[in-house]
Every structure is written in structure tokens, then in C-alpha cells.
Write a protein of this length. Structure first.
Length: 260
């Protein structure tokens, strides 16, 4: 399992988004490269974040590795060469901290989010979470609660509403929140539970309902520098940038709210 997890990390890193305006110039060879493992729900916003950061720090190249937070946590535990981890839940950060894999003083709560129920655009099958029990609803996409924070929060919401056990046979478990969104967009499921920010990115789905206040633990995105980072000072500067007005303005454009 460890070898397979590390293999997935390497494949993901090869396919990662790499933002560099000067990568093909001689100066690029002098750049510091930071590998940032990031929860899948942040995938779209992190590209403009890196672009803005490179205007400030042109000698630092940001390389992203996107996956579910649980997968990223496992990769780090298996020795994947990561400088910074941005999780979609404190759970994964807590586990790494307990294993002394984080520079604890660098840990910050970065962003907040909301959980929403979505269907394909123009679908009339649902009005609220309670409608998921209807016989016309046969497939519900949910991130695997064991590894996907969005799935964990979704489970909390459905458990709070006393729906989880009854709906279990209908679940189609996904590897991350983006796969949930794809299942809904493609019509392979009747509904899905995702973050509000993911739903905002798609014109193929409809937000049916927002999770009631108090129905799940707070959705926080913590960030921290890894103990193994070869560039801890540069990594700290990137973390500090993420809470500046410049970065937070970009996050807000994508529907996130500050955690500070």
C-alpha cells in the first residue's frame, strides 16, 4: 500500500499545475521550487494565487500536488517530498502534527467553506436534504468519509438530520470532492454533497440546499510547513502570503471566506 501511495504521488506531481512565467529562461534554474500539497477543492483558486505570488517572489517556483486531504496526508507519511500542506480539514493536519511531521509554529487556519446539496441543472427532483429519502432518488455521490473531508462533513450533516443510515445503500463514494461534482454534472447520480465553492464553479448543477448551521463541524482549511522541507524560510514566506489581503481577495473571488 505504501508503494502504491507513493506511486500515485509521483503521477500526481507529474500532472500538477506548475506556474512559472520564466521557466524556459536561464534564470529559472536559480529558482527555489516549493512543492505544495493541496486539497482538491482548492484546485482552481491556487493557480491565480501562485501567479500573484510570483510577481512578489519571482525566484520561487510553486508546484502543486492536488488530491483528497486524506490521500495527501498518507503521501506525506510515506515520505513524499512536500514543503507545504493545505488540508480541507484539521483532521489530517492533526494526524501529521501528532507524528511530528509539521513545523507546528507555522500552522494556521486559512479559509472557511460551506456544505451544499446539488443536483444536475434544471432538475426538479429535490428541494431539501430530506427529499433524498424519496424512491426517485437512487444514487447520491459523497466523498469517501474516511479520506475526503467533504465526505466527512456530508456524513455529519446527514447524521445530524438522522438520514445517514437510511441513505447508505444509495451512496456512490468518490475519491475527492471534484469527482462528486463530475458525477452530478454527468447525470450518473441524482444528487451530490460538495463544498459551496465547488458548486459555484459549475454551470451544469443547481444548489438545492445549504447544510443547516450547527449540522457539521466548522469547515476549516489549515496550512503548515512540513518538517522535511528543504526550504523552510521560503515555505514560510508563501504561507504568510496566503493570509495577506492580496491572497485573501483572490480566495474570496472563488467563494472562500477568511478563517482569521
Amino acid at each position: 500500500m505504501k508503494k502504491r501511495g507513493f506511486f500515485y504521488f509521483i503521477i500526481s506531481l507529474i500532472l500538477t499545475i506548475c506556474i512559472s512565467c520564466s521557466a524556459s529562461t536561464p534564470e529559472a534554474s536559480t529558482q527555489t521550487q516549493l512543492t505544495v500539497s493541496v486539497a482538491a477543492s482548492l484546485q482552481d483558486v491556487m493557480a491565480p494565487i501562485a501567479e500573484a505570488y510570483q510577481q512578489q517572489e519571482p525566484n520561487t517556483l510553486i508546484v502543486y500536488n492536488f488530491a483528497s486531504s486524506g490521500t495527501l496526508q498518507q503521501q506525506i507519511e510515506q515520505g513524499a517530498p512536500v514543503d507545504i500542506f493545505i488540508s480541507a480539514s484539521p483532521k489530517q493536519i492533526d494526524i501529521l502534527e501528532s507524528k511530528n511531521l509539521l513545523k507546528v509554529e507555522t500552522r494556521k487556519n486559512l479559509l472557511k467553506n460551506e456544505v451544499v446539496l446539488v443536483t444536475a441543472k434544471d432538475s426538479q427532483s429535490l428541494q431539501d436534504f430530506a427529499d433524498l429519502t424519496g424512491e426517485n432518488i437512487t444514487k447520491i455521490a459523497l466523498g469517501n468519509p474516511e479520506t475526503v473531508p467533504a465526505g466527512q462533513y456530508g456524513k455529519e450533516v446527514l447524521s445530524h438530520l438522522k438520514l445517514y443510515e437510511d441513505l447508505t445503500p444509495k451512496f456512490v463514494l468518490a475519491k475527492d470532492v471534484r469527482q462528486v461534482l463530475f458525477y452530478v454534472e454527468s447525470g450518473n447520480v441524482d444528487a451530490g454533497i460538495v463544498y459551496q465553492t465547488d458548486a459555484m464553479l459549475s454551470d451544469k448543477i443547481t444548489i438545492v440546499a445549504t447544510a443547516p448551521e450547527g449540522s457539521h463541524s466548522p469547515i476549516l482549511y489549515p496550512v503548515a510547513v512540513l518538517q522535511q522541507s528543504k526550504f523552510p524560510e521560503q515555505a514560510q514566506r508563501f504561507v504568510d502570503f496566503l493570509i495577506t489581503d492580496t491572497a485573501q481577495s483572490i480566495f474570496k473571488d472563488y467563494g472562500f471566506t477568511p478563517a482569521q
